[in-house]
Every structure is written in C-alpha cells, then in structure tokens.
Ligand binder design. Structure first.
Ligand code: NAD
Length: 498
C-alpha cells in the first residue's frame, strides 16, 4: 500500500441515477471527481425488498490507494486555507444541507427505512447543525498561552493529516456529519466509507461538498464492503486518524490496523443501555419512553433496551407499556402515521429472530411480540422478554432490533448492579422524581451518557462515547477537535527573542 499508486487508471464518470426523483451518482467521489469501479453492489429498500434501488461502485485496494493519495493532496490545500476560510466553507455546506434537506431525507428514508418524519425534523437538520457547531467551536478553540519557569508556553493545534471516517448503516447521514465536521474543522482531509447497506446519502453529501467550495481531495467518499475497501483504507500508513462508528467486532479489526501504523483511533460502538424505573417516578412517562425504544425497529445504539423496574410498580408499568406499544403503527416510513419501520436487511432481521428463538429455547419468557408482522416482509413486532436470569443472551448481547428485556429490583443498589452487569456502557436512562437518587444513580451507572427523565437530548459540546466495549475515546465538542489535531507545546525562553 502507498507506493504502488497507479497513474489515473480510471476515468471520471458523470452518469447518475434517480431515486424517487432525486438524482445521485452511484460512484466514488475522489479528488473532486466521480470515479467508478468495475464491480458494483446492490442496494435495496427495506420497505420493498423485491425492488433494486441502485448498483453502487464497489471499491477495492486500488480505490483505497487512490483515495488516500487524493486525501494527501487535499490535505495540503485544506489545511493551508486557515481556520477562517475553512469555517466559511463549513457554514456554506451547512446552508446547502438545509437547502437540500428534503432530498437527503427522501433518499435516506428509502435506503434504510428510517421514519421520514424523524429525518425531516431531527436527523437531517442535525447534519447541518454538526457543521455549524464545529465551524463555531473551532474559532472559539483558541491556543492556550501561559508563562512559567521563565518561558512563554503555548499549545499549538496542528491538523493531523488524512482521516478515515467509517460509519454504520443506521442514521448514516447524521452520524457521518457528526464525525466529518470536527475532522474538517480541525483542518484534516477525510475519506468517508459509508456502510454498504445504506450508502446513498453519502453520495448526496459529496455533491454538496463540491458545491460548497472544498478543494479537490479534501473530502472523498469511497463505497464498498468493509472487509475489502474499508480494511484497505484503515491499513494505509499514510492515514493519520481513524474515526469509526459500528460494532465492537469490527472495531477489534480496525484497532489492530491502527496499532500497526500507530494511528490514533476512536470507536463509538454498540450499547445495551438500561432504562431504570423507580417506584417514585412518573410511571406513565417512563412506560411511554420504553415503548418509544421500539421505533426505527430498535436500530438505535443509545436505546434503553434493558427495562429495569422496581418490583412494586412492575404491574402498573407493564400495563402502561402494553398500552403505548399497542399504539405503534408498522408501515412505510414515508407515511407520517407510521411509527415502526422495517429492519434494514433480511440478514439483520434473521439475526434478530435468532436471538428471540434462542431465548425461547433458553426458557426466557416472551411477554409479547416475538415474530414478524408479515411473513415475507421486514417488519418485526415489538417484543418484550422476561429473561430466566441476568446471564441470558438477550440481556447480555446487543440485539439491535425491537426487542427489550424486563427485569425487576427491590433496592437502589440492586438496580445499579443490574444496570452495570453487561460488558457495554454507552448510555443509560433513569426515571425517578427523587433528586438525591437521580444524582446517586446517575453517577453510579457506568455509561458515557446518562439521561434522567429524558432521552436523546444532546448538547453537541458534551463528550460522547462509551465505557467498556461501547467505545474508545470521546467525540463531541473540543474532544473531537483535540482528537483530530496534533498538539504541540511551543516554549520560548523569556527575553531570548525580540
Ligand atoms: P459494522 O461494524 O458491521 O460496520 C460498520 C462499518 O464498518 C461499515 O461501514 C462497514 O462496512 C465497516 N467495516 C466492516 N468491517 C471492516 C473492516 N474490517 N475494516 C474497516 N471497516 C470495516 O456495524 P453495523 O452493523 O454497520 O452497525 C451497527 C453497529 O453500530 C451496532 O453495534 C450499533 O450499536 C453501532 N452503532 C454505534 C453508535 C455509537 O454512536 N456508539 C451509533 C450507531 C451505531
């Protein structure tokens, strides 16, 4: 890798496809040009699996090699622009995302069946906000200077070099912008490798990046399989940062590649969040929030999937949970009445079904759900399981489907022990009306983000990441800017220069 880069072996392609009236390129975006691969992979909509949406260029080692070379060139220009000029371009990109929000939401909804209303109201606007937020933060992120021991000390933040951003198939647009914004704001060039199950919105983003005025090679998109082009990208020694969101299994592979090249690496990984309900809580609000965990087919890393409820309110909670779960409407995610979307892919749904079947065999009790809505389609019923023990696989492993477990406790310390009894530690949700308990349990739950009486409310300047196998490092706010920079201490002896 790195030395065998062939001289322009592929030609730029301008052919485009249409997805529900939105035009996009099925090819990579490298060095400011659309570059095809001979091989392609198919994209289908979870809402209509029989219909192919697109054939997308499938990158290989050569594509990765070319993209990294382009990112090296792009880095020179982008980093040399300086903070103010880069910030102007990031704001321009945010405005372009707002102006094209409807198209992005349309394509993403078809691609991975996320509810159109959530995309329109929450996730696509958040994409623009990610860029605005980092355009502002990078300006505020001043160099620190102080005097000590007869020297003037300064901390200088240098852009680090080409960064690889690898994203999962759930919420791909929002998640990619969350990772791209700090990398670009810090002055790094980037190569985005979206997941092969939901690659389309990345292509729209490339069009907008082009329009916003980024220099060629500052932003590149490479499409293809993680085990092929993804692995080639993260193994390239010219890469200086890797920011990954996905499963712990993949993170282990990427971590090995990063270690070989001594490249800093952050990983935002899976979760198995507790949703703890104390008897003093607003039980109706807690049950409503528990039922909301079934939305988007449960494909949310931060979801509170382990319901941990004080024994004395179990029946009341279950009654309310049943009520709110019954209100859910499965269907086409483009319909605003739909609240339950299809699973991303038949292979993923079979994985979810496997967990539930093994739970049945294990003797765990299926309280409700436990099957598809329609035999030949990808909608799975909201499912609640009362496990035989805390060791049950459905309690200990991330399912990433609309499947929750229900456990009970009699004391605050038991609730904390249950909450902290998996290898994960991404998020936690606590329902209580007692301020002291909120403080004690909030501190005791071992997770990167803990919400009390709320969920998914985020301040983008706060650190974000996981304990345990839920992640390495922190993104968000200054944490991500530091990650994407090389920090230098510059010390000048007092009185030695004039
Ligand atoms: P995944 O790990 O299978 O794939 C993620 C990405 O890694 C994809 O783009 C894939 O192509 C790529 N990849 C796979 N093998 C690779 C390799 N060897 N080298 C380089 N890249 C490779 O995850 P997924 O199934 O797409 O996503 C679901 C997982 O993501 C769940 O565990 C979920 O909890 C997690 N997730 C975490 C967060 C978070 O912020 N913590 C957010 C969303 C999703």
């Amino acid at each position: 890798m790195g030395t065998s880069y062939p001289a322009l072996p592929m030609k730029s392609h301008t052919d485009r496809i249409e997805i529900d009236g939105v035009s996009l390129s099925p090819h990579h975006f490298i060095g400011g040009e659309r570059i095809p691969s001979e091989s392609t992979f198919e994209v289908r909509s979870p809402m209509d699996w029989n219909k192919k949406l697109a054939d997308i260029s499938q990158g290989d080692h050569e594509t990765a090699d070319r993209a990294v070379a382009s990112a090296q060139e792009g880095f020179k220009q982008w980093s040399a622009l300086g903070v103010q000029k880069r910030t102007d371009i990031l704001f321009a990109l945010a405005d372009l995302i707002d102006a094209n929000a409807k198209d992005i939401a349309t394509v993403e909804c078809l691609d991975m069946a996320m509810l159109l209303e959530s995309l329109n109201l929450r996730l696509v606007p958040r994409g623009a906000l990610n860029f605005r937020n980092y355009a502002e933060l990078v300006v505020e992120h001043q160099e620190r200077a102080w005097s000590s021991k007869g020297t003037n000390n300064r901390i200088i933040r240098d852009p680090a070099g080409p960064a690889i951003i690898i994203t999962p198939w759930n919420a791909p647009f929002m998640l990619s912008t969350w990772k791209l914004a700090p990398a670009l704001a810090a002055g790094n060039s980037v190569i985005l490798k979206p997941a092969e199950w939901s690659p389309l919105s990345a292509s729209l983003l490339a069009d907008l990046i082009n329009e916003a005025g980024f220099p060629p090679g500052a932003f590149n998109v490479v499409q293809g399989l993680g085990s092929e082009v993804g692995a080639a990208l993260v193994s390239d020694p010219r890469v200086r940062r890797i920011s990954f969101t996905g499963s712990p299994e993949t993170a282990r592979h990427i971590g090995v590649a990063a270690a070989k090249n001594i490249v800093p690496f952050t990983a935002e990984l899976g979760g198995k969040g507790p949703l703890i309900v104390f008897a003093d809580a607003d039980i109706d609000a807690a049950a409503k929030k528990a039922a909301a965990q079934f939305e988007d087919s449960g494909q949310v890393c931060l979801a509170g999937t382990r319901l941990i409820v004080e024994s004395s309110v179990k029946n009341e909670f279950l009654e309310r949970l049943n009520y709110y779960t019954d209100q859910h409407i499965p269907g086409d995610s483009r319909n605003n009445k739909t609240t339950l979307s299809a699973a991303i892919h038949p292979v993923h749904l079979q994985r979810v079904e496997g967990f539930v079947e093994r739970a049945r065999k294990n003797g765990d009790k299926i309280i409700f759900g436990g099957g598809r809505f329609w035999e030949d389609k990808l909608w799975y019923k909201p499912t609640l399981i009362e496990p035989l023990s805390n060791d049950s696989e459905v309690v200990q492993k991330e399912i990433f489907g609309p499947v929750l477990t229900l456990q009970t406790f009699d004391s605050q310390s038991d609730a904390i022990d249950l909450a902290n009894s998996t290898a994960y530690g991404l998020s936690g949700i606590i329902y209580t009306s007692n301020a002291q308990r909120a403080e004690q349990v909030g501190r005791a739950v071992r997770a990167g983000t803990v919400w009390v009486n709320s969920f998914l409310v985020r301040d983008l300047t706060a650190p974000f990441g996981g304990y345990g196998i839920s992640g390495i490092g922190r993104e968000g706010g200054d944490y991500a800017l530091d990650f994407h920079s090389d920090l230098k201490t510059l010390q000048i002896l007092d009185g030695s220069v004039s």
